[in-house]
Design a protein around this ligand. Structure first.
Ligand code: T4K
Length: 367
């Protein structure tokens, strides 16, 4: 059987992309805010229900630039249970990450533990909507307001996620998306910053273009974070298929849940289906069985991933921070030893889901 990976990018029929390429070949504008770039920014604002969006070359550069845009310095409170790019974006800005433990249900920053981590040096909170599950945005905003802190959401996983109040990307000062190949909506590589006002969007646009305002004026030590026309054109095409892709993910999520509902020894994440975009399908298995199951799946050609193990705070550039101490992050640590993200992508077939479920069932029965 062919290997099944944790994800597989959704691609439209190649023929449908050719007309976009022909346009690029005709007008010779390859990058620097061309027509496709402008169209995709507008199309994404419309689709996501957000006011302003600046496209980026990838999510990591977008995170780094978001921190620059708000002139964040000092210490920033963040989660250890994420992809390493979250905290790396802080180090690239000379900011000290302060890790706070997560909530065991939402798997996101536990708001009850944020206040104790605030010091006079704290300038912002960088929560992550992990797996696309919404953070407790109301409580985080309350704390930010009380302490005059900025909030930058790492929303890399949260494309199209809504909570009971609408789009999750409208919270905080900024939200950052990733359009990497492995994401729900992909432009091969790509990302975006979402912001509420025109002025901030202008600053972000300057920052992603070396700080240029016009031919002779540079207002900041900006970077090259621009998305190319090829990626933007591909995004426009991808957007046509996004609703179908999300619907297929929902069906797969339901099939996994149904198959696993009577299996003892594992649990599925449970944040309420109305809020998910089904970006990932994490299951939690008691340690040390997790690694044995992970290996058994691999032996059978199923390449799940332990997102997010190890914790960011365990990597060498973070582990000497006081907030990285074992005793500070018990929930995140336990979850990171229990998690396996099972394959989840729109073209995953029913038989493949059933096969994965049967391997898990068999493993747990054999214990
Ligand atoms: N913040 C958060 C919370 C994030 O999760 C991420 C990225 C970022 C920020 C940064 O955004 P970007 O700068 O990446 O836009 C992957 C992705 O590389 C990374 O984008 C993602 N998070 C992270 C959670 O997962 P790896 O090292 O696990 O990817 P990789 O290459 O092992 O891919 C996983 C599987 O996907 C492969 O086994 C096969 C399949 N695959 C992958 C690629 C790249 C394909 O079928 N085709 C492909 O082109 O990090």
């Amino acid at each position: 059987m062919k290997p099944i990976y944790v994800t597989q990018p959704t691609l439209p029929p190649l023929a449908e992309f050719i007309p976009y390429l022909e346009k690029i070949w005709d007008n010779k504008i390859l990058t620097n805010g061309g027509a496709f770039h402008q169209q995709l920014e507008q199309a994404l604002c419309d689709y996501l229900g957000v006011k302003h969006l600046a496209l980026f070359t990838n999510g990591t550069i977008a995170l780094i630039t978001a921190l620059q845009a708000l002139r964040i310095t000092g210490e920033v409170i963040t989660t250890p249970y994420s992809f390493v790019a979250t905290a790396h974006s802080l180090l690239w800005n000379g900011i000290k990450p302060v890790f706070v433990d997560i909530d065991p249900i939402s798997l996101n920053l536990d708001p009850a533990k944020i206040e104790a981590a605030i010091t006079p040096q704290t300038t912002a909170i960088m929560p992550v909507h992990c797996y696309g599950y919404p953070c407790d945005v109301a409580r985080i905003q309350e704390i930010a307001d009380n302490y005059n802190l900025k909030v930058i959401y790492d929303a890399a996983h949260a494309f199209g996620v809504h909570d009971k109040n609408g789009g999750i990307l409208n919270h905080g000062d900024l939200s950052v998306l990733s359009f990497h190949a492995t994401k729900v909506f992909n432009t091969f590589e790509g990302g975006a910053i979402i912001c509420p006002d025109e002025k901030t969007k202008r600053r972000i646009d300057h920052l992603k273009n070396f700080g240029f305002v016009d031919e002779v004026t540079v207002v900041a030590a900006g970077i090259n974070g621009k998305m190319s026309e090829i990626n933007a054109a591909f995004g426009l095409l991808q957007l046509k298929g996004i609703d179908e892709a999300l619907a297929k993910r929902k069906i797969i999520d339901a099939r996994y849940r149904d198959g696993l509902k009577n299996v003892t020894g594992i649990r599925c994440a449970n944040v309420g289906e109305h809020v998910a975009n089904y970006a990932y399908f994490p299951i939690f298995v008691n340690s040390p069985n997790r690694d044995a199951l992970y290996e058994k799946l691999k032996e059978n050609g199923i390449f799940g991933r332990r997102y997010f193990y190890p914790l960011i705070s365990d990597f060498p550039m973070y582990r000497s921070l006081p907030s990285a101490a074992q005793s500070n992050l018990p929930v995140a640590r336990q979850i990171s030893h229990e998690v396996i993200c099972l394959p989840m992508y729109p073209n995953l077939e029913n038989e493949q889901v059933d096969f994965i479920v049967s391997l898990i069932t068999e493993f747990l029965e054999d214990l």
